[in-house]
Design a protein around this ligand. Sequence first.
Ligand SMILES: [Zn+2]
Length: 360
Amino acid sequence: MTETADHFSQSYAEARAKFRAAATKAGAETRQNLHPLKGPDGQEIATDVARFGPATARRILGIGSGTHGVEGYCGSGVQTALLSSGFADALPADTALVFIHAINPWGFAWGRRVNEDNVDLNRNFLDHAKPHPENPGYEDIYEALNPAELTEDAINAGRAKMKAYGDAHGPAALQHALAGGQYTYAEGVQFGGLKPVWSNTNLRQIIQREMSKAEEIVYIDIHSGLGPRGFGEVISTAAEMDPAYLKMRDWWGEIVHSTQAAGSVSSNVPGSITEAFGQELQGRDVMPCGLEFGTVAMNLVAAALVADNWLHRHGGLDNPAAPAIKRQIRDAFYVDADDWKEDVTRQTRDMASKVLASFR
Ligand SMILES: [Zn+2]
């Protein structure tokens, strides 16, 4: 095993222990926000924060993991690898580096992309007092995404239905139907929730506590499961002419895409986590983005999400199919191979280094 791969884990508990140990060893100030529920083996779960640099730093680089629970295997490994390689040793003056570990710790611990309420956290950061967005395409392919039985016939029928929808309405419409979020079916895949969930409120507290004294804040939220294997793409919800977007293009080049433009791997979804940074840090120069690393083919990722949601509705871990489906969803979002772990770590380190260089 290479040194980089050593920082990745096989469970949330292992990932958390490694992150905390690496943060302490690197001299970080650490804090934990405990989640009210426990992990599958009864252990405490939490969002952990490791901070370097002065409390009053004018500029902050934040790096977060586990917004989508099980995707935390990727982001946590990257964070721990950076902590362990001395990345925080030579920060520019007046700069803080903040790692936020396991933003949705329940999903990470239980091997789900959603949280304890079956909510996709990355669709939950919108104004819940207003009417929630509709997604008629989702309704059209509801059976394909939420089959009553998880038989091969049902899966094939679902695949045919999605293909027919894509043929009739185009790939962008299919993408939005599949991944644009929905606020109607609380037990279905892609549910965005009807009120702020624990991880939403908790993250806002962390943003206020750690970042509200700064003037310039860059935040990278690490995800996995979209795009070519081991290849990172930056997803910004800012429009292409927005200064924040142009700055990211300046640092990171062609890999930066706006969800408001054609050609991004991520559709223009409501309630993205990046919204929280703009809302909580009004009046500052705020540049939040998602960093997506590819894992396996998109149809395998979609199949894993459908299977995991079916499992959740049919007994969860008590269902005899649980071990296979839990393995399936983890493998969809985490490539347990040394070269992939090196690829995702190197790209994140390069991106973060460019931000810090611009702070000098
Ligand atoms: Zn994600």
